[in-house]
Each structure stands twice: as C-alpha cells, then as structure tokens.
Unconditional design. Structure first.
Length: 374
C-alpha cells in the first residue's frame, strides 16, 4: 500500500451523544506533569511487561443509564463490549478496588482499573534483518523502509518481512487484529520506501489506528513523474476498485464490467516541487488511503510515476536522463517515497513529526535531473 493506509479494521468511535462523552468523563490520575500523568494511566510492571497492562481512570461525572461495559467501550473502542464484559466478569475490571457487574453505572469519583491480558503469541518468526530506525521509544518504533521488502507475512510461516525484522529488533510488539501482522498499523508497498510506523504496545496500536481511521494523520510522499505537469497544485478525486481479474492492480471507473459496489472514494492532493525537461517531481498528500492510490491517480492525469511499469511508467537510466553514461536502469519500480508522517504521539499526546531521507535510487534520479534536465 503506497500511502500508509491503516491496515487494520479498527472499530468506529461511538456516534451517539452518550457514548461520545466517555472520553470527556474519564481522566487519569490528576495533579501530575503531563508526561507523568500519561505514563501513570498505563502502569506496566517492568518485569512483567510482556504479561499484562494495567489501566486506571477516574470517572468525572455520572451519566444516567451508562453501564460500566459501555463506559469502558467508549474509552477503549477497539476492545469489543463482549470482551469487556468477560473481563468484568472475571474480575479483571474493578471499581474502587472491588469487582462489580457490567450493569453497574459508574458514579462521579469512581476509580476504575482494567487489567488487559497479554497479546496472543505472534506467529511471526523474529529474523535478524537490518532495519533503518529513525525513531524509537517504549511504545513505538519508526523505520525508513527500504525497497524490496513487504511489510508483513501474507501467510503463516512467510519470512523476510518488516514484521520479522522488527520482531527481532524489539522482542515485543502489539498483537493487533492479525497474528501475522504484529505491530503493523499501516503499510507501504513492497517497493515504496520511507516512513513506516510500528506499535509496540496494544494501547499505542489502537490509539494510532484511530488517528489513521479519523484521517488526522498527515502523510506526505515524494515522487518523480513523467512529463511536465502544467498545474502547480491540484486535487485528484477519482474512486478506485480492485481489478476484476487480479488482486495486484487497481482500476478507475470505466473500461471494465461495472462493479460500482467495489469502488471506494480516493482523494489525492499534489503540489509540484520542480519541473524538468520531460519530468516533474511532486509532493503527494493522500486524503484517503487506498491500495496503489497515488500510483493510479498520477497515471490517471497522464503523468505516471517513473519506473512504475504496472501503471504506465517507464524505467530510466543515466543514458535516458543525461544522454550518456550507464544504460542500466536506475530504478525498476515506482519512484515513490513516504517522506513525512505527522501525528499525535499515542501516549504522550504531543505532536510527532517523522521524516525519512530519499532512497539512494530516487536521490540519484533527482541529482541527474538537476544536472542535465533543468
């Protein structure tokens, strides 16, 4: 996936007014600095970090008719109410230190403690594969993903993926919704390089996933496209759907048997970075996250990404760009790079901006364009 789309099917936040008050009516321990306050909300025993997570929150006010399980579901929307009811019944949820029932209506001043069980064992085999770490703390790890490596196994037992590499590096990752995708919150295509964020803990995972779902994460990509793009900036709004006969390609409306139910909204903003003789570098800002969205959208306006043969792009060499030199292709895949990711830190709740330098192949193409095509 080119554009960091949330790879998990996280649940929507409750839309009714009562549930929407849950976050506003729960607070962690008060009167502490922000960093201390947030860390105290998830009290993790260092020696048992891989076993369980303990969450404590205080109810600010009572909402008549709001049950304990519904209150907790509003606070932790990725945990189903059925699972929360099971935790309450088993005593993993206490109110003021005492087990209670799911039907209990939390009152103002109540302290609620939730003990989350450890994530299920990962089915991903840790492998000592080099990774380029650009940011890491106890909740997240962010890498500059290289070309030629997929984000996670497509089946149990597959190796050589980012998930295998990060599992070796970190030792512990969030379970997520799929044991083959530990920690993977969003994805990049096999040959798309750049910023890739992975979650280490369950809470960090669902909090980041919700930001992707709400489309509050700001993503910026860099691409080298064919031709001189006339407009300085524009928005491409064209829905996408899987190809009717292959899962490896996406299509635009028209030209294939109608499958209108399969098309989903896809919106990309682009801005020209620099124009060259026969080429343009662009900054791409996906507002939605569909498979191959950026690649298909640039093709749709007549400016496919260099090297993206699947969507009409051509491979280029030094001879093509400079008129002489090595005829070996500089790049045999899409010249697309996830340059920047901006979001709120899921635990510290402070802005987090992550950037990755261009891959050597794309950097070389830009150098040649600057030297011979300006």
């Amino acid at each position: 996936m080119d554009h960091g789309e949330n790879a998990l099917n996280s649940e929507r936040l409750p839309q009714d007014d009562e549930s929407a008050l849950d976050d506003a009516d729960a607070e962690p321990e008060p009167e502490e600095p922000a960093s201390d306050r947030l860390s105290s909300e998830v009290d993790v025993d260092e020696e048992a970090a891989a076993k369980e997570e303990v969450h404590r929150l205080r109810v600010r006010r009572r909402v008549i008719g709001r049950r304990l399980d519904k209150f907790l579901h509003g606070r932790y929307p990725r945990i189903s109410r059925t699972a929360l009811q099971k935790y309450i019944k088993s005593g993993q949820v206490t109110v003021n230190g005492v087990p209670t029932k799911a039907s209990y209506e939390p009152a103002a001043g109540d302290w609620i403690q939730l003990v989350l069980p450890p994530p299920p064992p990962s089915e991903v085999l840790p492998q000592d594969i080099p990774i380029d770490v650009i940011y890491e703390d106890e909740w997240l790890i962010v890498i500059n993903k290289h070309e030629g490596i997929v984000c996670h196994p497509a089946w149990t037992g597959q190796t050589g993926t980012v998930a295998n590499a990060v599992a070796f590096h970190c030792g512990r990752l969030s379970g997520g919704d799929d044991p083959c995708r530990p920690g993977i919150v969003h994805r990049l295509d096999k040959n798309t390089t750049g910023v890739l964020l992975i979650a280490k803990t369950e809470e960090a995972h669902w909090r980041v996933a919700l930001q992707f779902e709400r489309r509050t994460v700001k993503k910026e990509y860099f691409a080298v496209c064919e031709g001189r793009i006339a407009l300085d900036a524009d928005v491409i709004n064209k829905p996408l759907a899987p190809h009717p006969s292959t899962t490896q390609r996406m299509i635009l409306p028209g030209g294939f048997p109608p499958r209108q139910a399969m098309f989903k909204e896809a919106i990309t903003e682009f801005k020209v970075v620099r124009r060259y003789d026969g080429y343009t570098t662009v900054a791409l800002f996906p507002r939605t996250g569909r498979t191959h969205q950026l690649r298909v959208h640039m093709m749709s306006i007549g400016h496919p990404i260099v090297g993206d043969v699947l969507y009409g792009g051509r491979v280029v060499s030094e001879v093509d760009l400079a008129g002489s030199g090595d005829p070996t292709p500089l790049i045999t895949h899409q010249g697309l790079h996830a340059r920047r990711l901006a979001l709120m830190h899921p635990i510290r709740e402070k802005p987090l901006v992550l950037e990755a330098p261009l891959s050597p192949r794309i950097e070389r193409i830009v150098q040649l364009l600057d030297e011979f095509r300006r």
